[in-house]
Design a protein around this ligand. Sequence first.
Ligand SMILES: Nc1ncnc2c1ncn2[C@@H]1O[C@H](COP(=O)(O)OP(=O)(O)OP(=O)(O)O)[C@@H](O)[C@H]1O
Length: 312
Amino acid sequence: MIEIENLTKRYGDTTVVDDVTMTVEEGAIAVIVGTSGAGKSTLLRMINRLVEPTSGRVLIDGQDTRSIPEDALRHRIGYVIQGHGLFPHRTVAGNIATVPRLLGWDAKRIAQRVDELLNLFQLDPAEFAGKYPHELSGGQQQRVGVARALAARPALLLMDEPFGALDPVIRSKAQDDLLAIQRRLGTTIVLVTHDMEEAFHLGDRIAVMDGARLLQYGTAAELLARPAEGFVERLVGTAERPFRLLSLASVRDALEPGPAEGEPVPVSASLRDALSKLIWTGRDALPVADEAGAVIGRIGIGGILLRGRRPS
Ligand SMILES: Nc1ncnc2c1ncn2[C@@H]1O[C@H](COP(=O)(O)OP(=O)(O)OP(=O)(O)O)[C@@H](O)[C@H]1O
């Protein structure tokens, strides 16, 4: 768990992070969004003390980060930046091994960990371990960057625009990979992004910053239903609100009894995806299938539209 308490950063007379307080629960993903220059990266970098706070404090699992030596702190906390930041003259394996080597792991343990991570990120060790960063695609470099950050099994991962340089298709895949790996390892993540779509997709809670201040910190549903100020409402995207609400709910939430014609929709699909299928196929309802493929009911357009309405 990360507890950020009254954290402030000033450069001269300019306050770039102003009295921010927020808590990230263990195993959760907190996403920080906001305008350019709002102080997002500075807030993130105060967590691992790459930037020293002017005042306030950060507790990690109850321990004040000022009481942890900086080296030890950075070994405990994975850090991923945009454009991956890989060392160009080290191989993929060498890059991933960076922190384990600093921690003095033996060669066998390091090699095992490198293999394990490459497999986790669907990069065949035989093919990729010996390659250099310039021999990889952008998406592969980004995966190696995340693998490197996870190498010493940090309980906490900080990510600054990690997918900013990726094209939309690879980006979406990278987000899904991250979610799958995060759920599996239980890593606590704080991620900075410009992209609201990414924030809604990844964030258990979303922190909205503007002009150095934290305007709101809540779940996606809270931000949509009760945006704190006009700025949050605009950022959430007024025209997008119904669709974002539908993205947050699954077909299970609007499952109806009875038959319907057509290709079944998975019960785990989002209502947004179900609506898209209904529009595309020109139907008012489609059958719904469970994980095993058995039809368990139907999803109708009326039920979906009700769930895209402004929450009361
Ligand atoms: N070392 C520094 N010295 C002086 N000012 C700084 C320093 N680092 C950051 N700033 C200023 O602090 C403000 C916040 O910067 P920060 O990088 O945290 O914003 P951000 O929200 O992450 O922006 P972006 O989305 O554009 O990356 C900016 O106005 C920036 O110019």
